[in-house]
Structure formats: structure tokens, C-alpha cells
Design a protein around this ligand. Structure first.
Ligand code: C5P
Length: 233
């Protein structure tokens, strides 16, 4: 895929209830093609909710950030293979064996699914890495985990938009790179600290930008989503 020229918008469907989620999607109309379902809605409503979203025509990014022993993660990937999901996250820090087993389960059961390795959570800074006895800086650790994940055969990465340039410089255009922490010019940063505009993230090589509150909390969510789509186009 040509990542540099082709950046798509994913809506982070960070809402509390299924009713709120479907009401929001109704308001958004055709302005959204991709939906990210995270732990909150998945733990509340499970696989049926994923199927309902897909039945409405959306592509699904299931953000479960899997992390466990290799066999358990591989079995989870095998279970998810029965769901209409295009993108699924797991933690790069689970290690190369976990990543390889997950990728084998994907290849065997869901060849069209793309796995994305989460590197260092953007909520973690150098102090928190030290707490885990990791001596690298966050950027060094991101590169290290990205390298390990891609060598294990994983299709892509989730990272802060500020890490796009070093990752593209090191790994080229092939890996899918998904970036949250996106804020259209003039919108509130909320608690996100390291942000980029949609245009800047696309130019830096993001394959998909994940946007939640700038759309969900807009007075006119469809207008906000259309404006981001227009920026990306
Ligand atoms: O509302 P906002 O646009 O900040 O939402 C961003 C989405 O991306 C949320 O679902 C958040 O959990 C997710 N995310 C993030 N930073 C990461 C990984 C995921 O903001 N490092």
C-alpha cells in the first residue's frame, strides 16, 4: 500500500453505550468508513457489537492490545478471525515469540486481517520506562519494539504521530502505521500532549489517523468528520 499518499480516517468510537454509539454513527452518515472499537465497548457488548458495526458497512479496527503467553494470544487471534475485523492490535512488548505465534494464527485463519503492534504507550514517559527497568529512551524503545514486531512478520504499528518520521526513515513505506493523538487546527488538545494535524500526520507517512473527541464532541460531528476527510484528500 502507498502509505505516503493514502491516509484514511478512523473514528475512535469511545462512547459508553451501544445506543450512544449507534446514535453517533447515524449522525455521522457517510462521513466515516472506519470505526475503532476499544476495550470499553468490546468488554460491554462483545463480538455481537463488532458484527453489528460491520453489518452497517463499516470497516472495523478492534483495539484490544492483546498481551499474554504466545499460545493464548494465538488462540485469541484465531477466535477474532471469525469476526469481520480488518485491523487488530497487540503489544509489541509481548515479545517476538508471541508476535510470531499471533501472526501464524492470522495467516492460518484470517489472512486478510492486519495485525498492529503497539510499541510504547504514549501515556508512558522515560520515568515510567525506568520503573520497568527499561534503560532506553521512549523513542529508542519504540524503534526497538517496532523492529522486533516487523521482523516477527507483524503488518503494522501504532505510534504517536511524532514518531512517524523516525519509523518511516528506518522501516520505509511498507508497514502500516496508525497514529492517534490527531487534532485538526483549532480544536482542543484534550489531555493529548503530542499532537499533529491530519495534514501533517498524512505528510509524515501515517497510513491511518485515529480521531475521537474532535469528532465525537463537535457540535456537528458529520461536518467535523467531512472536514478531516477533505483535509486528507
Ligand atoms: O479522543 P482522541 O482523538 O484523543 O482519541 C484517540 C484514541 O486513540 C483513543 O481511543 C485512545 O485510546 C487512542 N490512543 C491514543 N494514544 C495511544 C494509543 C491509542 O490516544 N498511544
Amino acid at each position: 500500500m502507498s502509505n505516503q499518499n493514502n491516509c484514511a480516517l478512523i473514528l475512535a468510537l469511545d462512547l459508553e453505550t451501544r445506543e450512544e454509539a449507534f446514535a453517533m454513527l447515524d449522525r455521522l452518515g457517510d462521513s466515516i468508513e472506519w470505526v475503532k472499537i476499544g476495550l470499553q465497548l468490546f468488554t460491554a457488548y462483545g463480538p455481537d457489537f463488532v458484527r453489528e458495526i460491520a453489518d452497517k458497512g463499516y470497516k472495523v479496527f478492534l483495539d484490544l492490545k492483546l498481551y499474554d503467553i504466545p499460545n493464548t494470544v494465538a488462540k485469541a487471534v484465531q477466535s477474532i478471525a471469525s469476526l469481520p475485523v480488518q485491523l487488530l492490535t497487540l503489544h509489541g512488548s509481548g515479545g517476538s515469540e508471541m508476535l510470531e505465534w499471533a501472526n501464524k494464527a492470522r495467516a492460518d485463519h484470517a489472512p486478510n486481517l492486519n495485525l498492529l503492534a503497539v510499541t510504547v504507550l504514549t501515556s508512558m514517559n522515560e520515568t515510567q520506562l525506568r520503573e520497568l527497568n527499561i534503560k532506553a529512551t521512549p523513542e529508542q524503545q519504540v524503534i526497538h519494539l517496532a523492529n522486533m514486531s516487523l521482523n516477527a512478520g507483524i503488518q503494522g504499528l501504532v505510534c504517536s504521530s511524532l514518531e512517524l518520521c523516525p519509523l518511516r526513515a528506518r522501516f520505509g513505506n511498507d508497514p502500516i502505521i496508525v497514529t492517534p493523538g490527531i487534532r485538526p487546527a483549532g480544536s482542543s488538545a484534550d489531555e493529548q500532549k503530542r499532537i499533529m494535524t491530519p495534514t501533517a500526520a498524512a505528510a509524515a507517512g501515517s497510513s491511518y489517523i485515529v480521531v475521537g473527541r474532535p469528532i465525537l464532541k463537535a457540535d456537528d460531528p458529520a461536518h467535523a468528520a467531512h472536514a478531516i476527510q477533505a483535509e486528507l484528500a
